[in-house]
Every structure is written in structure tokens, then in C-alpha cells.
Ligand binder design. Sequence first.
Ligand SMILES: Nc1ncnc2c1ncn2[C@@H]1O[C@H](COP(=O)(O)OP(=O)(O)OP(=O)(O)O)[C@@H](O)[C@H]1O
Length: 254
Amino acid sequence: MSRGITVAGLEHAFRVRGGAVPALGPIDLDIAAGELVTLAGPSGCGKTTLLRMIAGFAAPSQGEVVVGDAAVRRPGPDRGVVFQQPTLYPWLDVRRNVALGPKLRGVGKAERLAVADRYLALVGLADAADRRPYELSGGMQQRAQIARVLAGDPEVVLMDEPYGALDALTRERLQNELLTLWRETGKTILFITHSVDEAVFLGSRVLVMSPRPGRIVLDEQVPFSSDATLAPDEIRALPTFAATTARVRAAIAH
Ligand SMILES: Nc1ncnc2c1ncn2[C@@H]1O[C@H](COP(=O)(O)OP(=O)(O)OP(=O)(O)O)[C@@H](O)[C@H]1O
């Protein structure tokens, strides 16, 4: 199941010595179930702060976040979070790392290992299931983390610059895979990135935030995103891809 996200009148100020620094908002945002929304913007504009409020890691100063029909008060299994640095347990093999979420929910052993194998196959790691995380490359660890999050069957997947630490080729390969994964699972995804090309390639909709306080200054549907017949290289070569990235770059520079 996939659910949408509603952000209403969201504001956040960090308390510092001598007062409060407004970091975010107000932000009003509706993300429909099944959208893959990418969020770009200069460093420090509040992208991570917004994601943390949706994840329930921090409470807003004003406004609220609703996922599905429930107001967010704390982290929950309906929201899976993928971080820049993979969070895998080194003492568990990859299959058991992925099966951990279902295990904590009380799913029986045979079923949870089957779920883990299904998601490992989906991210191209079927052959690495018996390895420990430290025996994997950075890209493989990130794939394993994505499989782990998906195995929890979250309604919403929140990804905070997940490919930022990867080399360019691996990054492109994982972008291609994520697009396929999104088309296959229909999950609602919010994906933060510093890369304009990544934002436009992946997003069915691209948001740009401006800093101090963080606000959404561009919100644009990506016209070619719905065309599943386009291969990744064809998408990157489209004139509309270049035109969209130019608009996103201009909004970030503004
Ligand atoms: N704990 C904190 N206390 C005070 N200010 C903070 C705190 N955390 C973040 N900030 C400030 O809030 C603003 C938004 O930070 P945030 O990490 O959300 O930005 P970001 O867009 O995700 O940045 P980056 O792209 O560099 O990761 C920044 O100006 C930052 O300095």
C-alpha cells in the first residue's frame, strides 16, 4: 500500500543561545500516493529538517505533517528512511539484515527470509545474501539498505541524499535501478539530492527549496517521468531533460 504526505503550515525554528533561528517554512505541500518527489536546494536550506519532521524524528514548531490519514507524532513503520550512510548490522549477513524488520514485527522465519530474498532480488543482490555488510561495496551496501527499508513495507520511503557518497558510475546505476523499483512498487518516495541531474532524472515532480528560512520556490511536474518506455540514457538525452534541469538550476541559484 502506498499513501500520500500532507505538510500544512509547517515551520521549524532551532533554539540557540539568545533566541531561535527560523530554519524552515512555512511549508505547505501535498505529495500524492505513488509520487516520486525529488527535493533539491543549496546546502543548509532545510531539506533534511523537512525530511526529519516527516519521519517523526523531530517535532515542528508550527503546523503538522499527515501521512495517509494519521498525523505524524513520532517515527513509525509506515515511513522507511534511507540515509546517506547505510545502516546495516555488521554481525548479520545481508539476508538477515533485510529480514530484521519483518522479524521485529513477528513474521515467522521462513516467511521473513522469503521476503528478504524477494527484495534482495529486486535490488540485484540475490548473489550477496550470505555476505556480511563489510564484504560489500558502497553501492551494494546502499542497495542492501534500500532492500531492508522496502522489506518493512513502508507506505512512504524517505531518502536523504542516499547516493551522495557513491562514485559517479555506481550512482547512475543506482538511479536507474531506483526508477525501475519505483515503477514496480508504486511507493510514495521523497528523495533529497544535491544533484540537479539526479533530481530531474528520478523525480515525477521536482521541488527546490531556498534558504533562511527554507521555503519551496519551485514545484514542477517532470513531463517525461510517466513514459516508462524511455530507457535511462534516452531520458538523460531528451531536450526537455536539459530544459528542466536549466529551470531547476536557475531556481537554486536565485
Ligand atoms: N540542531 C541545530 N541547531 C541549530 N541550527 C540547526 C540545527 N540543525 C540544523 N540547523 C540549521 O538549520 C538549517 C537547515 O539545515 P538542514 O540540515 O535541514 O539543511 P539541508 O538543506 O539538509 O543541508 P545540506 O544540504 O547541507 O544537508 C541550516 O541553516 C542549519 O545550520
